[in-house]
Design a protein. Structure first.
Length: 111
């Protein structure tokens, strides 16, 4: 596991290491990237996308990329999902395999 914490130091008392978060190494931060040709296409399909994501609640972030504008939009935390094979399958069927991608981040980026 990876442990994040802080040190508590006081005069004339032993220092303490206070654990704030424990992260298993097998639970890396993941992002689901979905690419759209342009912003207009994204806005047209936004409600369809949200319909595919609504039943999946988790810690994985969703990132929208609009290719023509080179714009990146990170959905708010309340739209985070759990990336599962079922969610990926629905999204790939709707938007195409080349437009849906999972990116795993290193453990240091979760701090």
């Amino acid at each position: 596991v990876f442990i994040r914490g802080r040190v508590s130091e006081e005069d004339e008392r032993p220092s303490k290491l206070i654990c704030e978060k424990v992260i298993p190494f097998d639970r890396k931060k993941r992002e689901l990237w979905i690419q759209f040709p342009d912003k207009a296409d994204y806005l047209e399909q936004e409600q369809t996308l949200f319909g595919h994501l609504k039943d999946s609640d988790g810690e994985d972030e969703v990132v929208i990329y609009c290719q023509a504008e080179r714009a990146v939009k990170r959905l708010p935390r309340n739209r985070n999902i759990l990336i599962t094979p079922q969610v990926l399958s629905r999204l790939m069927n709707q938007f195409g395999e080349k437009r849906v991608k999972v990116v795993e981040k290193t453990i240091e980026n979760r701090i």
